[in-house]
Ligand binder design. Structure first.
Ligand code: ADP
Length: 494
């Protein structure tokens, strides 16, 4: 059951690799085909053009022979040798056949009155006499047009590009026909061979590209596979493991982001586990106390019953307070952001002071009141401020002074509570901000140890902090420091 998703993951991964490779191969093959196809067609066209040029030049030379004027400029390679005078068509064809020898892959033939009269003396490459029906067609075409250049596919001889010309001598009724044909298959053989070699090399190159691509894509995808494996392991069991960051590219960037994510998850999980441990520990004490007393209780002793009842109620109240504080802490440090709104600082200070100053037994004073407005969550800031005042009362003696104040300093709002209490020893100043972190005052002052963490969480949710100055034996001053414009750039307020 547990290894069911594994094959699906593997096949998806393979398909990414195959897709990358297929894309590379298809694009490369397409490019190669376009390039070679174009080159092939152009080269073929050039070859065919050359054949046609040659046939047209031959036509000029035949015409020259017929008219008796040498056409040195037309043929180019023919010296301006005087042409012998001819009296008959047969003689004319003899001159033509002897003066215009067929080239390689070319054959010529002469007919008089549709009868083959003259084949070249050497064994021609292209023996036109082997396909008589084809010759008959050429005769018909030449009779109609005088001279024709065309292409024919002969079963005997393959593809031919030919020139058929009707010739004759004045006074001789015999009709002569000169035919010369170039074997296109042989003529294009070089181009075709070159293309076939190119195709073979292309296939080889594609195979090499495919092979190299397969290994390279495998190498490139390896960090992602490792990322996936490590991520699966991390979420599965141990959150401490991190993926090694190699190089400085997109994948190492992704790795760093993932590691950062794991850090945050790790932190959140550890925090939660710690909270659970702390809560379990804190709840165990009152339960043990109540249980112990109830077990020892003598139901027949009214005094004992009353004392145990008081104690149980006391402990239950402590538990209720603890639960309430945990709730408050969860809310203050939770994901929901502080609900910021413009708050009149003078008014806020006055309100908080009004709330605390009714607590008897202390000499309350409001030292300073900040002016202007700040973007803060008034409910949460009030809660934090009251918590500090509550602590000031808890950890100071009757009749001592407790002073509140607020002030804006360089874009920050400071709200403080100063007491004349016992102060906090330097070694405990960090611990008291931790959950359930308490200093044993030896005076039996009850508390959950969650008050200051709540204050710190509220300040942090505004992007601020809590500052502490304390002289043991003389008193302490706790200050909440939050930006006037929480969420905006600090210091814009001047
Ligand atoms: P609690 O008050 O419930 O113990 P707090 O988180 O509010 O939890 O405070 C943690 C500890 O910090 C207290 O136990 C106390 O020792 C110390 N403390 C807090 N405020 C003051 C203060 N104004 N003067 C002296 N000690 C203080």
């Amino acid at each position: 059951m547990s290894d069911e998703p594994a094959p699906r993951r593997r096949s998806r991964r393979a398909s990414v690799r195959v897709r990358i490779l297929a894309t590379i191969l298809v694009v490369t093959a397409f490019g190669m085909a376009i390039a070679s196809g174009t080159a092939f067609l152009v080269q073929r066209e050039v070859e065919l053009q050359e054949v046609d040029d040659h046939l047209r030049a031959t036509a000029l030379r035949v015409e020259a022979a017929v008219s008796g004027v040498p056409a040195s400029d037309a043929a180019g390679d023919a010296p301006a040798e005087p042409l012998p005078a001819v009296a008959t068509t047969v003689e004319l064809l003899e001159v033509i056949m002897s003066r215009i020898p067929p080239l390689q892959h070319e054959g010529s033939i002469a007919l008089v009155d549709e009868v083959i009269r003259w084949s070249p003396p050497t064994t021609p490459e292209v023996d036109l006499s082997r396909d008589e029906p084809m010759l008959a067609r050429m005769v018909a075409e030449a009779e109609a047009d005088g001279a024709v250049i065309g292409t024919v596919v002969s079963e005997e001889l393959g593809s031919l590009r030919y020139l058929a010309m009707q010739v004759g001598v004045e006074g001789d009724p015999a009709v002569g026909l000169y035919v010369t044909a170039v074997d296109l298959d042989s003529e294009l053989n070089d181009v075709n061979t070159a293309f076939a070699i190119y195709a073979l090399i292309s296939i080889g190159a594609l195979a090499v590209i495919g092979l190299v691509g397969w290994f390279v894509s495998g190498r490139l995808l390896r960090p992602i596979r490792q990322l996936e494996r490590t991520a699966a392991r991390i979420t599965g069991s141990d959150l401490g493991e991190r993926i090694p960051v190699v190089g400085n590219d997109d994948i190492s960037g992704l790795t760093r982001t993932m590691n950062g994510m794991f850090d945050r998850i790790d932190g959140a999980m550890t925090g939660q586990r710690q909270l659970l441990d702390d809560v379990r520990h804190e709840l165990r004490t009152p339960i043990t106390i109540v249980q112990g007393h109830l077990e020892l209780l003598d139901p027949d002793q009214p005094d004992d019953v009353r004392a145990t009842r008081d104690l149980a109620l006391d402990e239950l109240e402590r538990m209720a307070r603890l639960v309430k504080d945990i709730e408050a802490l969860a809310r203050a440090g939770g994901d929901d952001l502080a609900r910021l709104e413009p708050v009149d600082l003078d008014e806020l200070s006055a309100q908080v002071f009004a709330k605390v100053s009714v607590v008897p037994g202390r000499r309350w004073a409001l030292q300073e009141r900040a002016a202007g407005t700040a973007m803060i969550d008034p409910g949460r800031i009030t809660q934090a401020w009251l918590q500090l005042a509550d602590n000031a009362v808890k950890y100071s003696d009757d009749g001592s002074a407790v002073t509140l104040g607020s002030r804006t300093v360089a874009g920050m709002l400071h709200c403080w509570v100063q007491d004349e209490g016992h102060g906090i020893p330097p070694e405990a100043r960090e611990r008291i901000f931790e959950r359930f972190g308490r200093v044993d005052t030896g005076r039996g002052v009850g508390g959950s140890g969650l008050g200051l963490p709540i204050v710190a969480a509220i300040a942090a949710s505004h992007g601020g902090r809590v500052e502490l100055e304390s002289v043991p034996g003389l008193g302490s001053r706790f200050t909440i420091v939050v930006p006037l414009r929480a969420g905006a750039e600090e210091g814009t307020d001047g």
